[in-house]
Design a protein around this ligand. Sequence first.
Ligand code: MV4
Length: 457
Amino acid sequence: MFNKILIANRGEIALRVIRACKELGIKTVAVYSTADADSMPRHLADESVCIGPPPPSNSYLMIERIISAAEICDVDAIHPGYGFLAENAHFAEVCRSCNIKFIGPGPEQINAMGDKVKAKETMRKAKIPVTPGSEADVPDEASAKKIAKKLGFPVIIKAAAGGGGRGMRIAHNEASLVRGFNAAKLEAEKAFGNATVYIEKYLENPRHIEFQILADEHGNVLHLGERDCSIQRRHQKLIEESPSPIMTPDLRKRMGDAAVSAARAVNYSNAGTIEFLVDKNRNFYFMEMNTRVQVEHPVTEQITGIDIVKQQLKIAMGEKLPYRQKEIQFRGHAIECRVNAENPHYNFAPCPGKVTQYCPPGGFGVRVDSHVFPGYVIPPNYDSMIAKLIVSADTRTQAISRTLRALEEFQIEGVHTSIPFTQFVVNSRDFIEGKYDTGYIENVLNSGQFHNSSVKA
Ligand code: MV4
């Protein structure tokens, strides 16, 4: 049993973890940078420790300071949230060596999934469909050409240490392949200190559908259904929903089984997400696994009634999952809209600063996860997400009406937000009909119907 844990994060997810701890009777320690001295997580935690100046590299990424705070406060465990150190195997290792439980999988599982080439290899061996492509690192231009010829253009070049879209290049012919291969290697070396790349057949405008899983330390693995995360701009998700408009009971069974096998293949424990690409013919391919709680986890909580963060804590305390797969029921429909402090009319430029007025929506089926309050100053140093609106209803149609109602109610003044753009998308015919893929937002912006200074006419 945990008496006290430290939350190595900030913003809404720090608050989300503190709330789960309070309900479980676990005391909390918030760590904060000087930019977050006047923040909700700091004030709601039982104790707080300043770990440095605003830049993440000098605060939320400083392993020694976080471990020092954990030792001084005598915590049993650390919850990393998402981002920052959440998928840092070295951090998980340091926690282990200091006898502090890392609330996540072990460094072995983080490593196994962090290297995307290794992860795909493991999945192939576990008979899970993976995107066709090179079965190992691609060492040089000559082998890149050979693999591309075999796959047929277009192909996509990805960084083995990447994920989330960084360091990717698409090639439609041999000339762009050679350029893309070298550019991807350089970018990967710079961004991840690892120039290893691999090549896949490029699927045109797939859907991004991911499965939430929960796995305990006793070998029990469950999936909590899918989230359709195809509505994204430059690899930043804007809207997530469950169920996916294209899901069928048969596809859910097959993808769910694959997701559970993926977790078992690496002896996983904790909450996790298996990401798939799904093509026009509903073929699905394993893409990567995220070994953390995700931003969009509330969508799944709303349709299953399961508190994923509490389950993470219980799993880390050594408890067994309290359900079997057949007991998991999916009820109704949930949609999450991320609210970012950015100007959608001006190339989505970040817009930090003081929130002079803040009045979130409410009512039946409306949940807002946010650390913002009137007078809060959004620091320029971190991600621009300031709130998540999660709406649930019996049907997708009702969830869309409720989302539009709630977005209309949401009053944020002092900074620009992504709300007007989200309203435009949720109101669009193709979204309403569930006809969208990962190219959707780009198409909406290129259509010129939403005024955006950066997009050429
Ligand atoms: C792909 C792909 C098409 N074919 N791989 C983007 C994020 C990174 N994790 C992998 N990504 C993609 N990989 C193949 N073989 C298209 C994407 C992709 C994408 C995937 C999910 C969500 C949004 C996306 C937007 C553009 C490209």
